[in-house]
Design a protein around this ligand. Sequence first.
Ligand code: NDP
Length: 403
Amino acid sequence: MGKTLVIGAGGVSSAAVHKMAMNSDIFTEITLASRRKFKCDDIAAAVKSRTGVDIRTAQVDAMDVAAVVALIRETGAELLVNLALPYQDLKLMDACLEAGINYLDTANYEPEDEAKFEYHWQWAYQDRFKAAGLTAILGSGFDPGVTSVFATWLRKHKLATIRQIDVLDANGGDNGQAFATNFNPEINLREVLAEVRHWENGAWHPSPAMTHKVEYDFPGVGPKNMYLMYHEELESMSTHFPEIERARFWMTFGDAYIMHAKVLQNVGMTGIAPVMHDGHEIIPIKFLTTLLPDPSDLGALTKGKACIGDIATGQAKDGSGEKTYYIYNICDHEECYAEVGSQAVSYTTGVPAMIGAAQVLKGNWSKPGVWNMEQLDPDDFMDMLNTQGLPWQVHELDGPVEF
Ligand code: NDP
């Protein structure tokens, strides 16, 4: 159905490219390009041995717009899937506009020297994508991504309005490491240590990172402590579903993770500003990332399950009053590893990236402009979650959340 260029060859990319190869009727030709070509070649070899499909590989610096445009033209790709880092989003959107192809990513743009998670930089491309007749899909991972599609599906089929929504991300996986992050350590720590904000009654309410803790009994995972956090879908959902009175995001962390993160922050190891060390300028969080385990190596070590979903309350579509639904997926780390050689965090991001890309190639999400996931029709995406390894369940709860 279409030629695809994937940029970035880390944990998420490996899972996404495996799943694209498993859907070769949609992804007829795949090129994988990244900063270091050997990482692309390693993924291509794994895909070939698991699926028999050949992937083309290339070296490219995503910050070099001219080089990306040349690669797009050489491959004839009609869609660029950005699975590199959030720092590259704007350059890759520029390259897509110049080469005249569609764009999709899984995380919103962040300036490297500011840990700010805001959509305005990417939303500012709306008129240019519209005028060019091209589509840009923002945040097609699990959170953001599936969590917005879940909310949209509830709003299409169950709830006329959403009064309040809580996104709950539980990872019950154990990788046996003293301290490791499940996706890129630099991006993960910037996000986890950022000031918390939640949306309530038309305003953002700030609080310090990792302070507001609640125990919740997650389906498939069991009881875990979850912490209030800021996450980018809070901005897009509260913008696109303006009736939302309260939107919050929660993520589980074990005590050991919290202790390590706080110590590293307290001693300055998570700093993003350059410091002089031994006559050389270094950025502490980049040095720390070099020391920490590579999340794409954790697949074979991780056991347990993850459960991510939304609890939403609003007026029922059928006029039966206020209802609360919990919609979620449970994903098993070892099953993901057996299927594509990745742990569940890479899998739960890579599979929705593939499904979002499939929506563009199938023509379901081809409206010109820049779109967040909750602005698009959820039905085929939700069907593909069920058939592509991330089956979901929806249950009515007795009433709104009490935490
Ligand atoms: P990794 O660090 O494992 O992979 C990133 C890849 O991008 C690496 O291969 C890296 O190259 C490559 N890269 C970095 N800079 C450049 C550049 N300038 N040019 C070309 N390639 C570059 O990250 P993950 O796979 O863990 O995460 C990928 C993305 O997914 C991130 O944006 C992350 O925020 C997002 N994510 C989204 C989630 C969601 O649910 N929405 C959840 C988890 C992650 P090299 O190998 O040379 O370092």
